[in-house]
Design a protein around this ligand. Structure first.
Ligand code: F6P
Length: 319
């Protein structure tokens, strides 16, 4: 394999630049030519290819966002769009492609693999919602960013003796909420994977107040409901003073944590080795502590759950 490309796709995640850097530098080390594709699959279709050198990824390992830009590309979901992308890659002499993104991006990568471009996916999303991953690139940083915010919210919650509802991202997965809730000492955690009752939440809040608690934090995963709705319900059905904070996109920004930089570097280098060895249609991952490649089909067909023991532990500790 002489020429490969690398791109980022879908929602950005801290650590994507570190992954691109590892892909570029490993490819150059192995004597391959490497190009960066701008704006995800939109750039594939439009031929937005830029040659990458050692210098083009210098000073990027610590940067949040993605220097290659990213996009969510609807036309690439069609056979026509995928064929157009394939032709553009072929014309540019690109034989292999590393796609850094979430499972939506992996579907695009799989389509290209079936058309004849070797592709490897790297799990890059703050949501941690991909099967066969101990963690996705960006998850650790997002959790740390959210915890920093929770700690700050707790200061003012204590001062005013208020109940705070904090909504975090995660799309349909409760991983961010679970980790942040446990690490931030939340009184209740609402995740899409576990049904909840508002009556139980209120009873818990009242029990806390009865034993002298001055404030509470209720963490809501966006997939479990809207923080605003939960806050409104609590205001209307309790005597507590309630405030709502939606953390939003700050969870996607910022310098990647050391853990994310290390993961991104390991996976980026491994993806290039897989391409060199003739692999395609697979996700490079660390699963159960082992660096491995899993077929996209297996990834897509395996239902995944967050570690729900964290939920039970958080419940016990917030008694
Ligand atoms: O997948 C990452 C994510 O940040 C989700 O947690 C969230 O639901 C979504 O992207 C937000 O997307 P957008 O940036 O397009 O609003």
């Amino acid at each position: 394999m002489e020429k490969i490309a690398v791109m980022t796709s879908g929602g950005d995640a801290p650590g994507m630049n570190a992954a691109v850097r590892a892909v570029v530098r490993t490819a150059l080390y192995l004597g391959m030519e490497v190009v960066g594709i701008r704006r995800g699959f939109t750039g594939v279709m439009n031929g937005e290819f830029v040659p990458m050198s050692l210098g083009s990824v210098a000073d990027t390992i610590q940067r949040g966002g993605t220097n290659l830009y990213t996009a969510r590309c609807e036309p690439f979901k069609t056979e026509e769009g995928q064929r157009e992308g394939y032709e553009a890659l072929k014309k540019a002499g690109i034989e292999g492609l590393v796609v850094i993104g979430g499972d939506g991006s992996f579907h695009g990568a799989q389509a290209l693999s079936r058309l004849g471009i070797r592709t490897i996916g790297l799990p890059g999303t703050i949501d941690n919602d991909i099967a066969y991953c101990d963690a996705t690139i960006g998850f650790d940083t997002a959790v740390n960013t959210a915890i920093e915010a929770i700690d700050k919210i707790r200061d003012t919650a204590t001062s005013h003796e208020r109940t705070y509802v904090v909504e975090v991202m995660g799309r349909n997965a409760g991983d961010i909420a679970l980790h942040v809730g446990l690490a931030g000492g939340a009184e209740s955690i609402l995740v899409p994977e576990r049904p909840f009752s508002m009556d139980d939440i209120i009873r818990k809040l009242e029990r806390g107040v009865a034993r002298g608690k001055k404030h509470s934090i209720i963490l809501v995963a966006e997939g479990a409901g809207r923080g605003m709705d939960i806050g409104k319900y609590l205001s209307e059905h309790t005597g507590f003073e309630v405030r709502v904070t939606v953390l939003g996109h700050i969870q996607r920004g910022g310098a990647p944590s050391a853990k994310d930089r290390v993961l991104a570097s390991q996976l980026g280098a491994y993806a290039v080795q897989l391409l060199r060895d003739g692999e395609s249609g697979k996700m490079a991952t660390i699963y159960k502590g082992v660096l491995q490649a899993i077929d996209f089909d297996t990834v897509f067909s395996t239902p995944r759950l967050p570690d729900m023991s964290l939920y039970d532990l958080a419940e016990t500790l917030a008694i």
